[in-house]
Design a binder for this molecule. Structure first.
Ligand code: ZN
Length: 366
């Protein structure tokens, strides 16, 4: 006798307004339904895994997995699955919705432990929202602590659920309803908040925070009688960086990398070097319009990695101050910023301390 994981992946996603059925939408580089499939496989709890779908899947790609056709409604698909499993010596079935990609092995193990003493186990969460209930034209309050929001996988003794389904004529939205309609006992256990269901395109957008990368580079000549600014910090040095502004190569390269990741052009788009308006501008003030763009377009910075290329000053001596300053200027945690120093073996104008260069890579989430 063995257990079977049934993955329901045949729904028509009526509330999910997209040309592709939601189970097959790409989420974290693979179709949505494959996420819980992989968890079921990795858990090693199942002798048999069954996918119910109306899409043609390549058998080769899904070795060791049974694939059968789904029905019109969810309960038709479950029924198909149960019929397929008849006479296959199944003890328990775990029936799971493909639209819950964040299933965890932990939850599967909890369900299995509870199945030892119960013939029906269903995970649930309490409602975090206050709940009202409409009855005819009257709206009543419900005690939210007594509201159970059921999740999947819902797990049952095979013979028991097979018989219940055999005699069922009603349209049901989950197997727990079928049990309750028949006054059968269910053991409800606490589910997993992360195991939520994707119903609308917005749910998916919320899950799928996309990552973008940007690269920036800058170099300025060093000249006498100018103050040196790096990352917004004034550094005591024999020369400063020549430029329209204070020549802060770190900030300029950061600006270009951020603009690059947002696909918003380059630093010259916002600060044309032929405009006298920006003459002698402090580079830290040049960050303002870029930070506004980040905010207005819902981007957040994941990390920034900086290579400062110079013979002197020694980066190890100024690293702390620069990272501190950048963290304040960009309003991000210090540990999201990394600053590396790179010398050039005294080669070329950088090696002779006539210039300083900087390159930056940043990663943003939207
Ligand atoms: Zn520059």
């Amino acid at each position: 006798m063995s257990d079977c994981f049934i993955l329901l992946s045949a729904g028509k996603s009526k509330r999910f307004k997209s040309k592709i059925n939601k189970q097959f939408i790409t989420y974290k580089n693979k179709p949505l339904f494959e996420h819980s499939l992989k968890i079921a496989q990795d858990s090693k709890l199942f002798k048999r895994i069954l996918v119910v779908t109306n899409k043609k899947l390549k058998k080769k790609k899904y070795k060791g997995i049974d694939i059968i056709k789904g029905g019109i409604e969810r309960h038709n698909s479950t029924q198909n699955a149960l019929h397929f499993l008849k006479n296959k010596k199944i003890k328990n079935v775990y029936i799971h919705d493909a639209a819950r990609p964040n299933l965890s092995i932990n939850l599967l193990k909890k369900l299995r432990n509870n199945l030892k003493k119960n013939s029906a186990v269903v995970p649930y969460l309490n409602s975090e929202n206050s709940v009202k209930y409409r009855n005819n034209n009257k709206i009543n309050n419900l005690n939210r602590d007594k509201v159970l929001l059921t999740q999947t996988p819902q797990c049952f003794n095979f013979i028991e659920i097979f018989d219940l389904y055999k005699n069922n004529k009603e349209k049901i939205t989950d197997e727990a309803s079928l049990y309750l309609n028949n006054n059968k006992k269910i053991k409800f256990i606490t589910g997993d908040k992360n195991n939520f269901k994707i119903t609308t395109v917005d749910d998916l957008k919320y899950l799928k925070s996309e990552t973008y990368y940007g690269i920036g580079f800058d170099v300025h000549r060093l000249i006498k009688n100018k103050k040196l600014f790096l990352g917004g910090v004034k550094i005591p040095f024999h020369s400063g960086l020549k430029g329209h502004s204070d020549g802060d190569v770190i900030i300029h390269a950061i600006i270009d990398s951020l603009l690059g990741a947002m696909k918003k052009g380059d630093i010259g788009t916002y600060y044309p070097s032929n405009s006298s308006k920006f003459k002698n501008i402090r580079s830290k003030n040049m960050l303002n319009p870029v930070l506004k763009l980040l905010n207005n377009n819902n981007f957040s910075i994941n990390n920034i990695d900086i290579n400062l290329i110079c013979e002197n000053p020694k980066v190890s001596k100024i690293r702390y101050r620069i990272i501190n300053s950048l963290s304040k200027l960009l309003s991000i945690n210090r540990n999201l910023i990394n600053l590396k120093g790179k010398t050039v073996e005294k080669l070329g104008i950088i090696g002779k301390e006539h210039a300083i260069a900087c390159e930056v890579i940043c990663s943003l989430s939207k």
